[in-house]
Write a protein that binds this ligand. Structure first.
Ligand code: BT5
Length: 254
């Protein structure tokens, strides 16, 4: 173990005052053989990445921008399981830092009182049969103020400061997050996805709720029955049939 007291995550931590994207730095490290658990942190990002080519607003001095390099010994089709792992770690860290109503939004956001406080971007570099490495990109809004949010917000956003009225220590929050990631990653390696999914599920508040989901250019309405062991969303439709949703935008119906 190391100064953080972790077994895997944070064995090496690389800090940039400014970089384009911590995920891009982590890809370079992954390709050049950096050890599992290497963490890239930045004070600001000039080209923070969201999913599907979107941007992640990354002002200096206020937030957490991290990319964690892991090399899990699992098949590439299981890579999405690690998104649930980082979401659960962020949710635990937020809950431990302040008593706030934390929830997870399937598949990869963390919300406080229904507002997005964190975004996750996992990127895979795989050969056909095994994962060469995986980058877990994590952005958490800590001391960001309302005027620092971008105008193109996909849905309401918040920060620890806005949610609690108090600023949080970035270093304490980061340490806490790396420890939770480490605990969950150790659990994943030794016991598989089930306990990680259970940790995530404890923050998921849509079980039994009616939702609409947009995916593959169509809209499905159903009741959330649960998740399967790949993290796919299981819906029961109006006619009683079941539908497995691998990716999509889920909205609860009133
Ligand atoms: C995400 O994308 O939520 C993934 C964000 C991952 C960011 C981390 S930071 C460290 C690492 N390095 C990177 O380059 N990226 C990762 P998505 O679900 O596509 O959401 C992006 C959308 O959220 C944008 O189009 C905006 O509408 C909105 N948005 C942008 N910045 C935001 C912020 N700071 N807080 C809340 N919403 C934001």
């Amino acid at each position: 173990s190391n100064a953080l007291g972790t077994r895997h995550i944070g064995r090496q931590v690389i800090y940039f005052a400014q970089t384009d994207s911590t995920n891009l730095r982590a890809h370079e490290l992954g390709k050049s053989g950096a050890p599992e658990g290497t963490v890239v942190l930045a004070d600001s990002q000039t080209a923070g990445k969201g999913r599907l080519g979107r941007r992640w607003s990354s002002p200096a001095g206020v937030n957490l921008y991290a990319s964690v390099l892991v090399r899990p010994p699992v098949a590439p089709r299981h890579a999405s399981q690690l998104t649930f792992l980082s979401a659960a770690a962020v949710a635990r860290t937020v809950a431990e830092t302040a008593s706030l109503p934390v929830s997870v939004k399937w598949p990869n956001d963390v919300l406080v009182a229904g507002r997005k406080i964190a975004g996750l971007l996992n990127e895979l570099d795989a050969e056909t049969e095994r994962i060469h490495y995986l980058v877990l990109g994590i952005g958490v809004n800590l001391n960001m103020t309302a005027d620092q949010f971008p105008e193109d917000l996909r849905y309401p956003a918040t920060s620890m400061l806005l949610a609690t009225g108090r600023s949080v220590s970035r270093i304490d929050f980061t340490r806490c997050l790396l420890r939770h990631l480490d605990v969950l990653y150790e659990l994943y390696l030794t016991q598989g996805f089930v306990p990680v999914l259970e940790a995530w599920m404890s923050y998921f508040d849509l079980i039994g709720r009616a939702v609409e989901v947009d995916y593959h250019d169509r809209r499905v309405v159903g009741t959330v029955a649960g998740l399967d062991d790949d993290g796919a969303l299981l819906l029961v439709l109006g006619d009683g049939s079941r539908e497995r949703v691998l990716a999509g935008d889920v909205r609860p119906l009133k």
